[in-house]
Ligand binder design. Structure first.
Ligand code: GTP
Ligand code: MG
Length: 441
């Protein structure tokens, strides 16, 4: 199979300033040199990592472009890599791409550049997943988190723990060879390692609760009686006229979901149909059911009370908040007649809406987990949980089972952690992870 791959590293959609075509593998330098000419490199003396301005010549086109060579192993993939930076049109980009194919490269598969980087030891599997997260990140919080993963913050902690577990297991095995001398020293020392490793894994699992929201966004349902001003509040948050607002009770029939980024976190706001017991038609009835479902699945509920309505009329709805993270906002503070508990806002003018949003963010991140957390990936969480389970088994068996049996559990726990960094995963897992990347990455 041809080992030199080519892919467009930038987006091949709308015209843009530049596009980058990347080629990696043992023939990448001769292939690129056969199509790119610059005065500076005419004598075939190239400095690596330096951009040269020149011309790419195909059978039926020419393009002024930049070219840079990265010599293995100091490249993204760890192989010889070259990049051609051309104008950002799809025609010219495809022409150069096809030219490189004609010269002997083959189109890269999804994630193949990063997969090669992983296989060549340039990054761990979790760091590669961090690269994918960075590419898909939409909010500042997601970017922060992706960087932590990509730059090895997780890898470091995991590898240290993995190593400590292997050492603990080895200590217990050594005891088999020299039972008398080592019994007193090794057993307690290995036990300490187990307890510490478990604490590290538990903390990582705990912090993942918040970071999952960071990755996927949080659902915030706005509920209340009809006409409370829910749609007006959604529009005020979005700063656009998204939902229909009228003085007619029962205006909103369906759930309207819109996302905004606030303090680096993606918040998905759900404007719902006002909930009432009577006076609705068939369509509104379905809408009310959807409102109830939205409350059940939301991460936070904003209960929007209407300051012009007697609290008795809203009382029944408050039970919806049972067991939910929620905040009560009292709307229409400009014309309100009734004194009620909650953050007083005026959705119509936007007054105090920022205060309400701060409260929502506070409820979501009451433990400062967005700053601390690294783990967002289900695969990592599953591996950590398995590791903790095996450590628990080892701890439970510590005083009753022979050392070699305990060592087996400890090795298995360390191997579960190895799945995060990619040391102990099968090809199918690796293939699946990289297939989620785009072709140019
Ligand atoms: N004075 C005043 N009027 C408001 C305020 N917020 C909303 N309104 C008015 O209240 C009426 C109902 O507002 P909507 O946003 O449609 O209320 P809703 O809760 O979405 O109503 P449904 O969709 O029917 O459940 C409209 O006439 C709004 O202009 C406010 O803060 N002050
Ligand atoms: Mg509405």
């Amino acid at each position: 199979m041809n080992n030199t791959i080519v892919g467009v590293a930038t987006c091949l959609g709308a015209p843009s300033g530049i596009n980058i075509i990347r080629i990696s593998g043992e023939d990448s330098f001769p292939i690129v040199k056969s199509v790119f000419y610059s005065k500076a490199t005419a004598t075939d003396i190239w400095e690596y990592n330096k951009m040269y301005l020149g011309t790419v010549t195909g059978e039926d086109f020419k393009e002024r472009a930049f070219c840079v060579l990265y010599k293995a192993p100091k490249s993204y993939t760890g192989e010889d890599v070259a990049e051609i930076h051309c104008h950002g049109g799809s025609g010219v980009t495809k022409a150069i791409f096809n030219l490189l194919i004609n010269k002997g490269a083959r189109p890269s598969e999804a994630g193949e550049f990063t997969k090669r980087a992983f296989l060549n030891g340039k990054l761990t599997l979790s760091e590669a997943e961090g690269v994918a997260d960075m590419i898909n990140a939409e909010t500042a919080g997601q970017v922060r988190n992706a960087y932590k993963l990509m730059s090895g913050e997780l890898t470091k902690g995991i590898e240290e723990t993995e190593l400590a577990l292997i050492e603990a297991a080895a200590m217990l095995e050594a005891k088999l060879d020299y039972p008398e001398e080592l019994e007193e020293e090794t057993k307690p020392a290995a036990y300490k390692v187990l307890v510490k490793a478990k604490a590290i894994c538990d903390e990582l699992i705990r912090s993942s609760a918040g970071t999952k929201i960071l990755k996927n966004g949080a659902d915030i349902a706005i509920v209340g009686i009809p006409n409370a001003g829910k749609s007006t509040l959604l529009n005020a948050i979005l700063k656009e006229d998204r939902a229909i607002v009228t003085p007619i009770a029962g205006t909103t029939r369906d759930v309207i979901k819109e996302s905004v980024e606030i303090k680096g976190i993606k918040l998905n706001f759900l404007d719902t149909a006002g909930i009432r017991d009577s006076g609705y038609d068939e369509i509104e009835k379905i809408g009310i059911e959807k409102s109830r479902t939205a409350v059940k699945t939301a991460d936070v509920v904003i209960f929007l009370s209407d300051a012009t309505v007697d609290g008795e009329k809203e009382k029944d709805l408050l039970s919806l908040l049972d067991g939910k993270k929620s905040v009560i906002a009292v709307n229409k503070s400009d014309i309100g007649k009734y004194e009620k508990d909650g953050i007083k806002i005026c959705a119509k003018t936007g007054e105090n809406v920022d205060k309400l949003l701060e409260k929502v963010i506070g409820l979501l991140d009451n433990d400062g987990m967005y700053e601390k957390g690294i783990i967002t990936n289900e695969r990592h969480i599953a591996a950590l949980k398995e590791c903790v389970g095996l450590i628990n088994d080892a701890i439970a068996a510590y005083e009753i089972m022979p050392s070699e049996c305990i060592a087996v559990d400890i090795y298995a726990a360390s191997s579960a952690l190895g799945r995060i960094t990619g040391k102990s995963v099968g090809d199918d897992v690796i293939d699946e992870i990289f297939s989620r990347f785009c072709v140019g990455k």
